[in-house]
Ligand binder design. Structure first.
Ligand SMILES: [Zn+2]
Ligand SMILES: [Zn+2]
Length: 277
């Protein structure tokens, strides 16, 4: 470890084969995270209320937490004793199935819930869209913020996932336009204030640092969150494969420190705890 840095990393966003888009076993993922210096790890498999392609209700979402618990129970004794392992969900698409979202979030065995948004009823999955038209992008970010605000106003989650992550898909199409304060400052500020007032946090999703898209949220939004008094920040690699475990978390932690944050947050039984950095 580099001197002056915290002696360990915290990863509160990672996936296993319980997610449709991962094949990693919980054991392989946890061991890779541990080997990379993570001592607080939360498994946050996708719990989507709708199927990402059809937008139809997706019944397996009801089994995600139980499958993770079974995976963990089977390997727990083989995991290092000083790895704090927690089970959470990346719970998505509240706006399409609000009652179901509340029901899923009511599982008393959960340590942590990422409030996440990937799909709109109007446009489908952000992953599938074309971002080359500036007018479309403006409309898309408005819609994105509508959805995040909808999530922020509810109380079923702990931390809002990867604010602004859509930039990744635009960049893949050669268009580098992120969620900017210059264009959407008032709405972003309102969103962050809502989160802070409601006792929720944000995550610093480091997957964009891994692939050159910058942190999610961007530095200017992180700074605004800090200036508004925001203190709850989890760090997450969003790893879907063991090779991605803990990637860029150290960089993310250093970024938080440079912006004046003094803690990262971990959760147990949905209760936050601050760890000095
Ligand atoms: Zn996500
Ligand atoms: Zn994720």
């Amino acid at each position: 470890m580099v001197q002056g840095h915290m002696a360990f990393l915290t990863d509160f966003h990672c996936h296993t084969r319980v997610s449709l888009d991962s094949q990693a076993s919980l054991y392989d993922m946890a061991m890779a995270e541990y080997a990379a210096g993570v001592r607080w790890l939360c498994i946050t498999d996708h719990c989507d209320t709708v199927h990402w392609r059809t937008l139809e209700h997706y019944p397996p979402c009801r089994t995600v937490a139980a499958r993770d618990r079974a995976e963990l129970a089977a390997v727990r004794e083989r995991l290092p004793a000083d790895l704090h392992i927690r089970l959470g969900l990346e719970l998505a698409e509240l706006q399409l199935w609000p009652e179901l979202t509340e029901e899923l979030a009511g599982d008393p065995g959960l340590d942590f819930i990422l409030g996440s948004h990937h799909i709109t009823a109007q446009l489908g999955d952000y992953h599938e869209l074309t971002y080359t038209d500036p007018a479309f992008r403006k409309q898309m970010w408005e819609l994105y913020l509508d959805n995040l605000q909808w999530v922020a106003d509810k109380d079923y989650f702990d931390v809002m996932a990867h604010i602004g992550y859509v930039r990744r898909y635009a960049m893949a199409q050669g268009v580098d336009v992120g969620l900017a304060l210059r264009e959407h400052g008032d709405r972003i500020e309102h969103l962050l204030k809502t989160l802070i007032q409601n006792g929720r946090g944000i995550e610093l999703n480091c997957s964009g640092l891994r692939d050159g898209c910058g942190p999610f949220p961007s530095v200017e939004i992180l700074r605004l969150y800090r200036d508004l008094g925001g203190q709850i920040v989890t760090t997450g690699s969003d790893a879907h494969r063991p090779e991605q475990a803990a990637k860029c978390l150290a960089q993310g932690q250093a970024l938080l420190k440079s912006l004046g944050f003094r803690y990262v947050t971990v959760f147990t039984g949905r209760r936050p705890e601050s760890i000095p950095i």
